[in-house]
Ligand binder design. Structure first.
Ligand SMILES: Cc1cc2nc3c(=O)[nH]c(=O)nc-3n(C[C@H](O)[C@H](O)[C@H](O)COP(=O)(O)OP(=O)(O)OC[C@H]3O[C@@H](n4cnc5c(N)ncnc54)[C@H](O)[C@@H]3O)c2cc1C
Length: 269
């Protein structure tokens, strides 16, 4: 769709070229959401593609994704064999309503910034203990765990003019065994609940997304028994944290979250 209120497009080549923040500015990544609906408040786009960041960099101790890494790039990345948790990448992508045609353009950073409850790249990043590197307009930067970066449906800790530069997934988490469960009202529908479990050197973690207004990561020193898992879900995720929208009622989402969590626990036990 044409964004008819946009009067300026900035195409920075380096961080120094990024324009000073001003109202009405949006960062343009893949544009799959920006161009999908009218944006009457946006008058200027800053195109992140022209910064030409390398999509994927493999370090000894982490996987670095540029914010502009597309979902397709991520699914196709050749990665060290011992990073067995890469088996999560494609199922997470397939958990989006967006098809593979959209993965070609949609970026991981755009998914995080949009902060939709069914943002499956958020699920992936939380499950693998990822941190986002955020650039501030004054030249500063900060790293924030993705489960704390997303604070609510459509809400993040990004301040005015801040942008996600990259996402960092530690090798230790990538070496973990994982299990994913998704449920939706229809087979290819938007996720009503999307959970990932991981067992690794840091114990057992359970990431709960899509059923809740923000991601929750529950941590245990070892796979818990069913009672402890169930109690922890009740204690750490309040009734009000569950979401009601066209893709599921809160009471249904709370129920299926418990069922899927137990399935994951049993699989990884
Ligand atoms: C048919 C269809 C189905 C979809 N299904 C889903 C779904 O199931 N779940 C879901 O979460 N999304 C879905 N989307 C929305 C969207 O495609 C994805 O969230 C995608 O990953 C967004 O990435 P993008 O690069 O296209 O973002 P853009 O559209 O370019 O940007 C999205 C938002 O993030 C901001 N932004 C982008 N990059 C950065 C950055 N690096 N730093 C700061 N801000 C930034 C933009 O300013 C904008 O506000 C769907 C879209 C379509 C068209």
């Amino acid at each position: 769709m044409d964004l008819s209120f946009v009067t300026q497009i900035s195409a920075p080549r380096s961080r120094d070229d990024l324009p000073a923040p001003e109202p009405g500015t949006a960062y343009l990544a893949g544009g799959t959401w920006l161009y999908s609906e009218p944006q009457p408040t946006i008058t200027r786009l800053v195109d992140l593609a022209t910064l030409d960041w390398p999509a994927i960099t493999v370090h000894d101790d982490e996987l670095e994704l540029a914010a502009t890494c597309t979902i397709e790039n991520l699914c196709d990345a050749p990665l060290p064999a011992e990073w067995v948790a890469k088996s999560l990448f494609r199922p997470c992508a397939e958990s989006l309503v967006a098809s593979w045609k959209i993965w070609h353009t949609a970026t991981v950073g755009g998914n995080l910034a949009l902060a939709l409850p069914a943002g499956a790249m958020i699920t992936l990043c939380c499950a693998l203990d990822a941190e986002a590197l955020v650039w501030a307009p004054d030249g500063g930067e900060r790293r924030v765990p993705v489960d704390r970066f997303v604070t609510g449906a459509g809400r993040t800790t990004l301040g005015a003019g801040e942008l996600i530069r990259s996402i960092h997934l530690p090798a230790a988490a990538l070496r973990g065994r994982t299990s994913l469960r998704k449920i939706a009202y229809s087979p290819l529908g938007r996720s009503g609940a999307l959970l990932v479990g991981r067992v690794g050197s840091d114990g057992f973690t359970l990431t709960v997304t899509a059923s809740t207004i923000r991601p929750f990561v529950l941590r245990f020193p070892a796979p818990p028994d069913p009672g402890l898992l169930s109690r922890s879900l009740s204690e750490q995720i309040s009734v009000d944290d569950y979401l009601t929208d066209a893709h599921g009622a809160a009471d249904w989402r709370r129920h299926v979250t418990g069922v899927l969590a137990e399935e994951i626990r049993r699989e990884l036990e």
